[in-house]
Design a protein around this ligand. Structure first.
Ligand SMILES: Cc1cc2nc3c(=O)[nH]c(=O)nc-3n(C[C@H](O)[C@H](O)[C@H](O)COP(=O)(O)O)c2cc1C
Length: 176
């Protein structure tokens, strides 16, 4: 398996905590990159395998607490980026109790960008896989699937580790 570039934001919260768990589980197969104001899509050029880490903190303002860094700066830069020959998976953080109508909306924005720009998206998860999330009504669900791994570390932190393990076991063979 070729090296996996992990790109995530924001820092200091649950996304960083969970994405560092992912990196630790992948060990030397992974290279961790915090997305900041200097991160350009070209940083991804050398990777055929990519994992994105993203949280939803309001649909129109991705990182309300971190206005000058993170996905709010990076998403617009992805316009026109060619994901051809790249296999990409997403870990998405949200809160299914407080935001059941907007649970993981950011995932619903990011996944189509990858697909529409020639990327091969892997690691999708049927909503029915996790009964906790079956009642939610969200932009982050496409064709009854989450186009990435849904993590609610606010309410379900006790299952985060086991869900990551299971997802990574299925995901690894899909990477080049
Ligand atoms: C201001 C604010 C808005 C949020 N909006 C949403 C939302 O629309 N949908 C959702 O699923 N979670 C929402 N959340 C929950 C976060 O996604 C969740 O707490 C996540 O773990 C935060 O990760 P982070 O600390 O890395 O940003 C919101 C949290 C905050 C603080």
């Amino acid at each position: 398996m070729k090296k996996i570039g992990i790109f995530y934001a924001p820092a200091k919260g649950s996304t960083e905590k969970v994405i560092k768990m992912v990196a630790q589980k992948l060990g030397s197969d992974a290279e961790l990159h915090l997305i900041d104001e200097k991160t350009n899509p070209e940083s991804m050029d050398k990777f055929e395998n990519i994992i994105f880490g993203i949280s939803t903190v309001g649909r129109d303002h991705w990182d309300a607490q971190y206005k000058k860094i993170g996905w709010d700066m990076f998403l617009p830069k992805l316009t026109g980026y060619d994901f051809n020959n790249k296999t990409i998976a997403i870990v998405a953080l949200g809160n299914h109790i407080m935001y059941e109508d907007n649970f993981l909306d950011a995932l619903g924005h990011l996944a189509p960008i990858i697909k529409n720009q020639n990327g091969k998206l892997v690691g999708e998860v049927p909503v029915s896989k996790f009964s906790d999330f079956e009642h939610i009504n969200s932009f982050g669900v496409i064709d009854n699937k989450f186009p990435g791994l849904p993590i609610d570390d606010d309410n379900l932190s006790d299952v985060t580790d086991e869900r990551l393990n299971e997802w990574l076991t299925e995901l690894k063979p899909k990477f080049a």
